[in-house]
Design a protein. Structure first.
Length: 592
């Protein structure tokens, strides 16, 4: 395997740095999206503008349409590519089963899409209809559909487009882990991505095509590795890992931190440059990459100028910043100076076309999900927390353990009807569920980290706050030293019995994206290097579906976490005394 050689680009390589284009060169402009995950409306995003957290509306199909229209006005030959996972993530998918998403991608003028793993979240049955509805090809070089006759004739490994008289091949590839992370792939066979791409590149070369764009749903790290192993690919437009790329100082102006440059430049085995790019997630970035090729089809120079399309309303601490005021003008100036964020009006035609669906989504919030036979207040082993952990396991049957941060559950549930809106208030953050493989040692360490975070942040809480879990049981000694508090850690087997966790065994754990990123002290989950996959399933969707299955909901009674009473009476009161507050206090939930 070739080592990945990532280049830091000198200014001399920037597009048009040498002046105008030479007659024998060829220029290609790509716009790209990935992992839009049914986010048809704009998403409120927290940016740090002028040192203050500011919430702005970002993305949305109507705003993306305006952005693309502006790009096409500059280059009518632009190609728009989608890196997969167009569905799964909002109530639009819940209600309309994918039909709306692909309809609106048609309206955006997508030229090609590769399969993401979430295109399989409802099995194979709806996919032929989605492809038939799409006015663009669905591509994947490494999925063999030959045993699925309803799909085999509908999917191609690549598509050749003519751009200003030149042939450009767009080649698709999809993560091989799809069968382990989605509902059902039927008889489809997912082949090795590198070998599949290598074969297709050779075939395209034999056809005399020397400009190849790989439309990838492998993830940023795999894209970099693949670029270093195969000669002949010029550009990789990626997805799957939801990676934010860009120039660090520009994104820092917005309070964002990229994982790399856009494009990231890798040397192929033949020494040619490969440009690797990705456009974050949910339509919050519209990527744009302009590339000049030399007469031999090699990348000569490039310019990347992605856009973060935002609205013109800003809120700080829940209060709207009024237009015309000095703070408002400063916010607009900060956005403009970033060179990345741009205030973009929503396309009125597309907004009008989306409105009937939006109204149905709004009405759906009042729909009954289940009935609570009793009040479900947040508690250690009862209430919405353990139910949410169970829902994570139900939504991702490949997982054995669920860990949910205490702050991920924001509301008690009253007795009576539980509506969709109630579920969204319990879990309002729209976090996707992420699968991570941990050894027994790492699992124990992760639990220790989450517990230490809560004990440190809320030292006076009685009983102490704990993460919510499913599939495991353990006892906690809060007074013990950090890292030594968890005992009797056991995991539920297929029969429902608990077995001791083995240090050297590997366990598949489902967490939300916040925890997977190391939030609330879970550093081990952030740093885990084995299998990791963002399922795209939203936590509130998982809880809603689980409650719907239960029909009548009662408090869980299983003692998943046992806090030793002696530790509470001695250790926690000792910490209170050290804090200068030895008196007793009632239980006040810090998130109420």
């Amino acid at each position: 395997m070739h080592p990945v050689k990532v280049l830091v680009c000198a200014a001399a390589f920037l597009l048009f740095a040498c002046g105008g284009s030479h007659p024998s060169t060829f220029e290609l402009t790509l716009a790209h999206l990935n992992d839009t995950h049914s986010h048809l409306e704009s998403v409120p995003v927290d940016l740090t503008l002028g040192g203050v957290k500011t919430t702005v509306p970002m993305g949305g199909m109507a705003r993306i349409k305006t952005t693309l229209d502006q790009m096409r006005a500059e280059d009518p030959a632009l190609l728009l590519l989608h890196g997969g996972d167009a569905v799964q993530g909002t109530l639009y998918f819940t209600l309309f089963s994918g039909a709306v998403e692909y309809d609106f991608l048609n309206r955006l003028g997508v030229d090609a899409l590769t399969f993401g793993n979430h295109e399989f979240d409802r099995g194979l049955k709806p996919i032929p209809g989605w492809i038939g509805q799409s006015r663009f090809p669905w591509l994947s070089a490494n999925i063999d559909f030959s045993a699925e006759p309803s799909l085999a004739p509908l999917v191609s490994p690549f598509r050749v487009k003519r751009v200003n008289g030149e042939r450009v091949a767009i080649l698709g590839v999809t993560t091989e882990t799809t069968p382990q992370t989605t509902l059902d792939v039927g008889k489809a066979v997912f082949k090795d991505a590198v070998a599949s791409v290598h074969q297709q590149v050779a075939d395209l070369g034999a056809m005399g095509i020397d400009k190849i764009v790989l439309l990838s749903h492998l993830g940023y790290a795999q894209d970099l590795a693949l670029a270093a192993q195969i000669s002949g690919v010029d550009i990789i437009v990626g997805g799957h890992s939801h990676t934010l790329l860009g120039e660090g100082s520009a994104l820092a102006t917005l309070g964002l931190t990229p994982e790399g440059l856009t494009p990231t430049v890798v040397l192929a085995p033949d020494g040619a440059r490969v440009l690797v790019t990705q456009a974050w997630q949910w339509g919050q970035v519209v990527g744009r990459l302009q590339v000049r090729f030399d007469p031999a089809g090699q990348v000569l120079s490039w310019r990347a100028n992605p856009i973060l399309p935002v609205g013109d309303t800003f809120t700080r601490s829940g209060v709207m910043v009024l237009p015309g005021t000095e703070p408002y003008r400063e916010l607009v100036q900060t956005l403009t100076q970033s060179g990345l964020a741009r205030i973009v009006a929503e396309d009125p035609g597309l907004s009008a076309q989306l409105a009937p669906y939006t109204e149905q989504v709004a009405a759906f919030r009042s729909v009954s999900v289940a009935t609570a036979a009793e009040a479900l207040p947040r508690g250690l082993n009862s209430g919405p927390g353990p139910l949410a952990a169970d829902s994570m396991l139900a939504a991702v049957p490949h997982a054995q353990v669920a860990i949910l941060n205490q702050g991920g559950v924001r509301k008690d549930l009253a007795a009576g009807t539980i509506s969709v809106g109630d579920v969204l208030e319990v879990m309002p953050f729209a976090n996707s569920l992420v699968l991570v493989d941990l050894t027994g040692v790492e699992l124990r360490t992760a639990l220790e980290e989450g517990i230490d975070f809560l004990l440190t942040k809320y030292p006076q809480q009685v009983p102490p706050l704990m993460p919510y879990v499913g599939g495991v049981s353990f006892s906690v000694q809060p007074a013990a030293a950090k890292g030594l508090r968890v005992a009797s850690l056991a995991i539920k087997d297929a029969s429902g019995a608990y077995q001791p966790v083995r240090s050297d065994a590997t366990y598949r754990v489902v967490v939300n994206a916040f925890v997977a990123g190391g939030g609330d002290g879970f550093a081990t989950l952030r740093n885990a290097t084995d299998f990791r996959s963002d399922t795209g399933i939203i936590d509130s969707d998982a809880l809603r579906d689980h409650l719907k299955t239960l029909v009548t909901v009662r408090n869980p009674t299983e003692p998943r976490i046992t806090i030793l009473s002696s530790a509470i009476s001695m250790g926690l009161l000792s910490r209170r005394a050290e804090a200068g507050n030895p008196g007793a206090a009632g239980f006040l939930h810090p998130f109420s």
